[in-house]
Structure formats: C-alpha cells, structure tokens
Design a protein around this ligand. Structure first.
Ligand code: ZN
Length: 499
C-alpha cells in the first residue's frame, strides 16, 4: 500500500458478508457471487483492513425492500425455492424469474445481504459516520419494482438512494457498468431529486434502453442522462467523455450525495462485455468522482471475469482509502486464479475502438445541451426526518461490535450448505462452461410512444407503471392510486419528509 500524495483522508466504511460468496446462480451461469469473496480476499491480504471500518450489514428485511418493490414480488422472492418452484409458475413468469434470473438456494438471503449493505452504507453516509461507503455485493441496477432482470432481483441501489433522500435533497447516480442502468433510471425517471447518469454500450445489447435522447419525463425531464457508447471503448476515450460530463453534471446539479455503480463488465476481457478499459481506466472514474468530496456510496454490479472483477474492486477500495495497491498480488486463498503473472493490473487489449473522437464529441455536446436546460439545482425543503428502520443500527454507540475482522467473520460464516463446489469454481473463468447465456433481453415489453421521441419500452414503463400493474387481475387501483404508483417510491419519500 502506497499512500497517494495529496489524497485527502477519507473515513471509509466497507460492507462484506462472507455468506455472499457461497450463493450460486446455477451451473453455467455467468454471475458468480464468489467474485465478491475473491475481491475481499485481496482487500484483506493487501492490508486494507488497517485503513477502514469493516461491517457486516444487517440483511435487508422484506419490509425494507418494499420501500421500492411491490409486496407481491418480495413475498414471492422470499418463498420460492428450487424445491417448491413448480408451485409458483405464474409468479415466475410475471416476475421474470427463470432463465437469466433463476431460482436458487438462498436467493432471498442473497438479496437481503446485497440490499442491506447498500442501505446501511447510505444510512452511515447520511449520519456522517463515514465519507465513503463500499458495498461490492450491491450494484444490481436492472431489478425493477415488480420483476427481476439481468441477474438482478432486488434493486439495492434504489433502496440505498431512498435512504439517502431522507437526508439529502439531491442525489446523483453514476453508472459505469457496460449495461444501461435501467432499473435505477426507471425508478427515478419522473423526479428531479435524483439525477441518473449512465455510460453504457448501446445497440443490439441488453437491456436495449438508454438512448441519448432519453432524458426523463415530467418533473424528471433533463434529470436522466444517457451516454450510449460502442464496442472497444478505450481508457482515453472513456476519460474524454466521462470527466467533462460528470464535471458539468456536478456544476449543474450540485448533488449532496453520490452513488457510483462500478460494474466491471466494462473492463477489457470481460466474458460478456465488449469494452476495452484497463483496471486503471475504470478506476479513474472512481478517483474522479471521489475528487468532488461528496458523501459517496460505491457499489458493485456486473463483471463476469472473476479474477479481473476482484482485481479492479480491490484496487478501487484502495483508492477510496487514498492508497495505491502494490503491483504483485499478495498470497491469498485464490492466488492460483491470478496466474500466470500474479499481477494486479488488468491491461487493455489491442481491440479496435469504434468510439471515434468525432462520435464522442457529438454525444458529449448533445449531453451538454440537455444539461443547459436545467436552470440551477432544484431545491427541496427537507422538514424533519421521520424515523427509519436503520436508525437504531447506525446510531448505536456499541456499533463497533458489528465490526469483525476477517477471521471472526469466516468463523461465523454459515456457508457450508451452499458452498460452491470447487470444481465449479475452477471452471470457467477461462474456458467458459459451455452453457453460458447471453446477457440478452428475454421478455419484450410493449412499445409505447410518449411525447415526441419514441421513448423506449422500459422508460415508458416508468410513466405507465400503474397501467402495467393493473393488468394483473388482482389490482383495482383507481386513478389516484395509479398516480402515486407511477411516481414510485420517490413520492413516498417526499410525503415522508413533508410531514
Ligand atoms: Zn452489466
């Protein structure tokens, strides 16, 4: 660990639950929660535990999850198991649980851990208990209000942002996963209290949304920013568009807290992604966002070449702590996966970059034009904060008892029942397992037109959530209820803070 000259000291809270590595989406599935444990192993063996507080978050409860998700959906997730799933065929179809988002043992516990880390991270940031909170088990940005999508079931990011909104008037969400951050964008598409900024591959690629002209609706117009990119994205090109746009967003929107989704499927050599970022190019985004010195929640996301996912997130954990990790991978329980060179760096390849400077310039200019439509940051009156479910945990003077060192943590782990078989682990990182699915859209949504542009189906879904909900037989929502529904959870936050 080498201290980075001039980096201000930050209080970092890092969330890790050793159980998370034991969940398994199923044979051949590209999403491998073990990557979180591999990352943690690097974090610990590089000595980062000396720099930051490590927490095991309280797992999110069903009630907490329904601050965003529907009751029916969460109830279904909490009940369905591989052995009873045949009794839930209808729900599986309705909630898009099946192929990409399979039912697996411990599914609900996995969601609880992921969401708990982001919510508690947000709560600690809001109470000024830390400057940066890190939850690599979070970042599951595709999950929708009532359905799973793209390997994501519960949207920990939306839940974390809702927690931040209890204290913060404006929250900025930035997403550097190679996929569009559609679930988060949709949740806040109608509000100016959250600005979402997603940099992603666009065109013939999951989830198919995130066009340049998709900018938000109603009060949320101009508060969604989409930066569509092409294959082969290089460090240099990414920096040339990321930094000016984020800088402009910061000046225009002036958020009081930031959430950065650090999906690593934008790295070179990812099994699903087709960008060409090196670890340092990816991490530059973290450093740049950190340099604004706002309360910052770092979450994970995609990333399907495990050894590189863990490298990048360990390195970025170092940056959060103001240190540069040494080039050689320290001995750790996953050491063999980092061969043949056992180096930390993830290098770019010589893949062609289809993002020409002229293309990037055009995208940047359109984005700037949209941002100019915002005349200063919107103001929100926060009048008192109602009690929340995490208050006791975050305010507890004995909170240090939550802090565990790695060994205690491992001893506590209840992994055995769900432990990934070592054969499965050694699989796949290079060879692929044969049955890997494409990260492709599976269920077409109805395409509707809103206003002038042809808004994409998912985005329209935000405006027409109510309409989509009422096609379920049970709903008898009247117009008033439908409006509240369409505003999603944000309106509930507003109502709360107004009372
Ligand atoms: Zn992704």
């Amino acid at each position: 660990m080498i201290p980075i000259a001039g980096a201000p000291t930050k209080r970092v809270c890092y969330f890790f639950d050793s159980d998370v590595g034991g969940f398994h989406y199923g044979p051949g599935h590209p999403m491998k929660p073990t990557r979180i444990r591999m990352c943690h192993s690097l974090v610990m063996n590089y000595g980062l535990y000396k720099k930051m507080e490590i927490f095991r978050a309280k797992p999110a409860t069903k009630r907490e999850m329904t601050q965003f998700h529907t009751d029916d959906y969460i109830e279904f997730l909490s009940r369905v198991t591989p052995s009873n799933m045949d009794n839930y065929r209808k729900e599986q179809y309705k909630c898009n649980v099946g192929d990409d988002c399979p039912v697996f043992d411990g599914l609900f516990d996995y969601c609880s851990i992921s969401a708990g880390g982001s919510m508690e991270g947000a709560a600690r940031l809001s109470r000024n208990k830390c400057d940066i909170a890190v939850n690599w088990a979070g970042g599951l940005h595709h999950a929708k209000k009532g359905e799973a999508s793209g390997f994501c079931y519960v949207n920990d990011i939306v839940l974390g942002i809702l927690e931040l909104l209890r204290y913060h008037p404006r929250v900025l969400y930035i997403d550097i996963d190679i996929h569009h951050g559609d679930g988060v964008e949709e949740a806040f598409y109608l509000t100016d209290r959250v600005m979402t900024v997603s940099f992603h591959k666009y065109g013939e690629f999951f989830p198919g949304t995130g066009e340049l002209r998709d900018i938000g609706i109603g009060k949320g117009k101009y508060y969604a920013v989409n930066v569509p990119l092409r294959d082969g994205m290089s460090d240099e090109g990414y920096k040339s568009i990321f930094e000016p746009i984020v800088k402009q967003v910061m000046e225009t929107y002036d958020p009081s807290a930031i959430v950065l989704q650090c999906g690593t499927d934008s790295l070179s050599g990812d099994k699903i992604g087709s960008f060409n970022l090196s670890m340092r190019g990816h991490a530059n985004c973290v450093n740049f966002v950190k340099s604004f010195n706002k309360p910052l929640l770092l979450v994970g996301g995609g990333g399907y070449t495990m050894r590189n996912v863990s490298r990048a997130w360990a390195y970025e954990t170092g940056l959060a702590n103001g240190v540069e990790l040494a080039a050689d991978i320290p001995v750790n329980e996953y050491y063999e996966y980092f061969g043949p060179d056992y180096k930390l760096d993830v290098k770019a390849s010589n893949a062609e970059d289809l993002n020409t400077p002229a293309f990037l310039e055009r995208v940047k200019n359109v984005t700037f034009e949209n941002l100019k439509q915002i005349k200063g940051p919107p103001s929100v009156q926060l009048q008192g904060v109602p009690p929340g479910s995490l208050d006791d945990i975050v305010d507890d003077p004995n909170q240090d008892e939550d802090m565990l060192d790695a060994d205690e943590r491992r001893a506590q782990a209840t992994l055995d029942a769900r432990t990934q078989k070592s054969g499965e682990l050694s699989d796949s990182d290079d060879e692929g397992e044969g049955g890997r699915r494409d990260h492709a859209s599976h269920r077409a949504k109805p395409k509707l037109a809103v206003g002038k542009g042809a808004a994409t189906a998912t985005q329209v879904a935000a405006a027409s959530v109510a309409a989509m909900d009422v096609d379920g037989a049970s709903s008898s929502a009247g117009p008033e209820e439908m409006t509240i529904d369409a505003e999603l959870a944000v309106s509930e936050v507003r109502n709360e803070v107004a009372t």
